[in-house]
Design a protein around this ligand. Structure first.
Ligand SMILES: *[C@@H]1O[C@H](CO)[C@@H](O)[C@H](O)[C@H]1NC(C)=O
Ligand SMILES: *[C@@H]1O[C@H](CO)[C@@H](O)[C@H](O)[C@H]1NC(C)=O
Ligand SMILES: *[C@@H]1O[C@H](CO)[C@@H](O)[C@H](O)[C@H]1NC(C)=O
Ligand SMILES: *[C@@H]1O[C@H](CO)[C@@H](O)[C@H](O)[C@H]1NC(C)=O
Length: 488
């Protein structure tokens, strides 16, 4: 999406950010080993410099990315924040086939950032959940060769000790026939592929990265005992050998530990690549449940409790920093609502990243610039609603309406309310363009906030696409000015 509009506000923001970088902010400290995922599948991604400052303000020193966008990665330069970069699944075939493409990738997306005081890149995740069942095996034969080629390139660049090559896998790569962790093993149809990868991780001393989602256990099974998804009750226990399990996270992670043991890797390091709770798009996805989940989980992390057969501290990346309104909703409408923070960097619920369990709000994004205070709604003059449903469907096919369903934040609207919500989502996604608020004359722009109760009618932020352009303009202005002083 090309964006050329640059507002004066955006230019001021650049100057503000430059100031913020100079003026060092000291924030809270989070639990050691705590990181966070930042995905960029949003129509208006947050400016990476704002994100870097926000992580520092919250004392979070690790970030996991899903690609290696140069502008994003370079924003972490000099921050000391550990960065995991990723290679998207659709690029695996290229790197599986060609070691020179892998070398180019490492040069352009890793080595370039590593000059003294540069970016602290620690991991490369080759693929993202490439063995996921719903991919029907499309990436199974590509992942390992791609890992090998990226590793060769890393070795060639002399980075073997500093940067670990791995792949973030979903917990669906293993299972237990009895639901007891000790019966854990890798899925039949990928067991040999997993063996190659385990051997590789062992030789390179790289961690096994696994994404674990207690929310999905609850979502996928009506009979799943809800409390077992959280960490604060003993209402249900699974006994397994001498171990007692009173939450599904422990049971799931130990199923992996058993699967690794069976494959001969007793002490392979495990990193939790994604874990979190969504806040909308499903009746169990709300801020109260998310708060409860994180509170229990972070306390457990801070206490270095670990799991029954893997006690101790853990390295964990929460999922996720922000909501992403362009994520596929094939897995469910909750997919666009995983953020601990909203799309604009505002906190949704209290969360104590130090794990002390205090009722406190995290540090929000600073310096976010919003678009104008304008919304698009169903025009008050429309009395005949017969043409509304098709317009509503059109808006929802092209913008995010996942807050409208049963049990969601906007589930109490009538047809007119639904239409207004949908029209506004469409309008905001399209940068409030006047043409995006027409719908055959059904819609009109208003300046009074239509939000009601839990149902938020958002105003989008100035996207970081604008920021790139603005940064370039400021830079060329500065260069121009200095040329002026040099030549005069
Ligand atoms: C570097 O990473 C970016 C973002 O993932 C990608 O678009 C680009 O193709 C990569 N560069 C190379 C040389 O592969
Ligand atoms: C996997 O197979 C299912 C059922 O045949 C199909 O609906 C789906 O689109 C396939 N997914 C991919 C990524 O190929
Ligand atoms: C509402 O509009 C539709 C389509 O223009 C029309 O067919 C219908 O008769 C109208 N209903 C009323 C009550 O005016
Ligand atoms: C509003 O939209 C939601 C989600 O599509 C739907 O379930 C609900 O029935 C709609 N309400 C009305 C009054 O049309």
């Amino acid at each position: 999406m090309a964006r050329t509009k640059v507002s004066i506000k955006t230019l001021f923001l650049i100057l503000f950010l430059a100031y913020g970088t100079i003026k060092c902010v000291h924030g809270a400290e989070s639990i050691q080993g705590l990181g966070i995922n930042w995905g960029a599948l949003a129509s208006h991604p947050m400016d990476p410099h704002i994100v870097a400052n926000m992580l520092k303000d919250n004392g979070i020193h690790k970030v996991k990315l899903f690609d290696a966008d140069s502008w994003v990665v370079s924003a972490f330069s000099g921050t000391g924040i550990e960065v995991m970069v990723g290679i998207p699944n659709d690029q695996l075939s290229k790197f599986a086939r060609s070691s020179s493409d892998a070398e180019d990738w490492v040069k352009q997306n890793v080595t370039k950032h590593l000059y003294n005081g540069g970016v602290n890149i620690r991991y490369v995740s080759v693929g993202n959940e490439p063995f996921l069942k719903s991919y029907n095996g499309s990436y199974v034969k590509l992942t390992f060769p791609a890992m090998q080629n990226i590793q060769k390139a890393i070795d060639k660049a002399g980075l073997r000790e500093k940067i670990k090559v791995t792949t973030a896998l979903n917990a669906d790569v293993y299972e237990s026939s009895s639901n007891k962790p000790s019966d854990g093993d890798f899925r039949d149809n990928i067991r040999d592929d997993m063996k190659q990868i385990l051997q590789f991780l062992h030789e390179t001393d790289s961690p096994f990265i696994v994404n674990i989602y207690p929310f999905l256990s609850l979502y996928q099974s009506e009979s799943f005992p809800k409390d077992f998804a959280f960490f604060d009750t003993q209402s249900r226990t699974i006994s397994d050998n001498n171990a007692q399990y009173n939450n599904v996270f422990d049971a799931n992670l130990d199923t992996l530990v058993w699967a690794l043991r069976k494959a001969g890797y007793h002490d392979m390091k495990i990193v939790v690549g994604e874990i979190g709770w969504p806040t909308d798009g499903n009746q169990n996805a709300n801020s109260n449940n998310a708060k409860r989940f994180y509170q229990g989980f972070l306390k457990k992390l801070a206490n270095k409790q670990g799991t029954p057969i893997r006690p101790g501290s853990m390295e964990v990346y929460l999922f996720a920093l922000f909501d992403e309104n362009l994520k596929s909703i094939e897995p469910g409408n909750f997919e666009r609502h995983w953020g601990i923070f909203r799309y604009d960097g505002k906190a949704k619920f209290p969360i104590d990243f130090s794990g002390n369990g205090q009722e406190k709000w995290p540090q929000e994004a600073k310096g976010v610039v919003y678009q104008e205070h304008k919304w698009c709604v169903l025009s008050a003059e429309v009395k005949n609603l017969s043409l509304v449903p098709s317009a509503l469907d059109y808006a929802c096919a092209n913008a995010d309406c996942t807050s409208l369903g049963y049990g969601c934040s906007c589930d109490n609207l009538n047809l007119a309310g639904n239409a207004s919500f949908a029209f506004n989502q469409y309008f905001q996604t399209r940068d409030q363009s006047v043409e995006a608020c027409n719908f055959n004359g059904l819609a009109s722009i208003v300046t009074e906030d239509p939000s009601k109760g839990t149902c938020l009618f958002p105003i989008e932020i100035e996207s970081s696409g604008d920021m790139v352009t603005a940064t370039r303009i400021v830079t060329s202005l500065l260069i121009g000015l200095s040329m002026f002083f040099i030549t005069s």
